[in-house]
Design a protein around this ligand. Structure first.
Ligand code: DHB
Ligand code: FE
Length: 279
């Protein structure tokens, strides 16, 4: 059977992707951040998963306000990097896993998670930046990727609890697949940030660490954090953190925290990277 071997939470700050693409990671602004993520890259190289299920939000690249799927699963054989206004990022095309993705679709929908199925889609910084953080600049991404988009752009996003339950269902789905794939589930976005209006620039490190503590040790409690608490404490884009709950749901109730780093500044976001393994 296929199995979920670990979970990763990772911010998806676009400027981090630009720094990697332009060879600026050694510059004074970026060097401290990239030094912190280096151990995660070694961990990723050692674990070497066959597949990453990357839970991320599309930022009006593949979907606009005309169509807003709450959960959308990517079934294609490949996904090209989206042009987000400055040309597509110079990163490899993402190779999908249609067979496992269709198995997930069937298992999850029959498990009463009504996903939107996507056969053609470009992927934006929400998905490609975490891959760059975890893998650097390879010729081809070392794993296959199944994109799972979550709407956190247009109110109402799904609840944290719904995301957590979806993660649990993803684990059941993976474990009912006949292949031997070793799967990492990656929740992206967050931590605290607000990109707009009066509170633009908001960072709340205390909330973020309390969130990570709860996510690791008491995920049921983390799953019941209401939207208004994310908005108040972590800013309007801090709601992206609900996607980390999908990752957490795919793991055991008790996990081992392998790696946790956070960093300010990276653009406007308190940048976090968390690696969890089943204990
Ligand atoms: C930033 C962070 C995001 O999550 C995003 O989608 C866009 C920008 C930022 O910090 O600049
Ligand atoms: Fe984002």
């Amino acid at each position: 059977m296929a199995q979920v071997v670990a979970g990763v939470g990772c911010s998806h700050v676009p400027a981090v992707g630009v720094a990697i693409d332009k060879g600026q990671t050694g510059e004074p602004y970026w060097a401290p951040y990239f030094a912190k993520v280096e151990p995660a890259r070694s961990w990723m190289a050692a674990v070497d998963p066959d597949v990453c299920i990357v839970v991320y939000n599309d930022h009006a690249s593949a979907f606009s306000l005309e169509v807003i799927p709450t959960f959308a699963l990517g079934l294609a054989a490949e996904f090209s990097p989206a042009d987000e206004g400055y040309g597509p990022r110079p990163v490899p095309v993402v190779e999908g896993h249609p067979e496992l993705a269709w198995h997930l679709a069937e298992s999850l929908i029959l498990d009463e998670f009504d996903l939107t199925l996507v056969n053609e889609m470009e992927v934006d910084h929400g998905l490609t930046v975490p891959l760059s953080v975890l893998y650097g600049q390879p010729e081809a991404w070392p794993c296959r990727v199944i994109p799972l988009c979550v709407n956190v752009i247009q109110y109402p996003p799904p609840t944290g609890n719904r995301c957590y339950r979806l993660g649990q269902a993803i684990r059941r789905a993976v474990e009912s697949y006949g292949g031997g794939e070793r799967v990492v589930v990656c929740g992206t976005g967050g931590m605290s940030h607000q990109l707009q209006a009066q509170r633009a620039g908001l960072i709340n490190e205390a909330f973020d660490h309390a969130f990570l503590d709860r996510l690791v040790a008491d995920p049921e409690a983390a799953a019941h954090i209401p939207h208004v608490e994310y908005l108040r404490e972590a800013g309007s884009e801090g709601i992206e953190l609900v996607m980390w709950l999908v990752m957490r749901g795919a793991l055991d109730p008790t996990v081992r925290e392998v790696h946790r780093v956070t960093h300010v500044p990276t653009s406007n976001t308190h940048n976090g990277l968390l690696i969890l393994e089943n204990a």
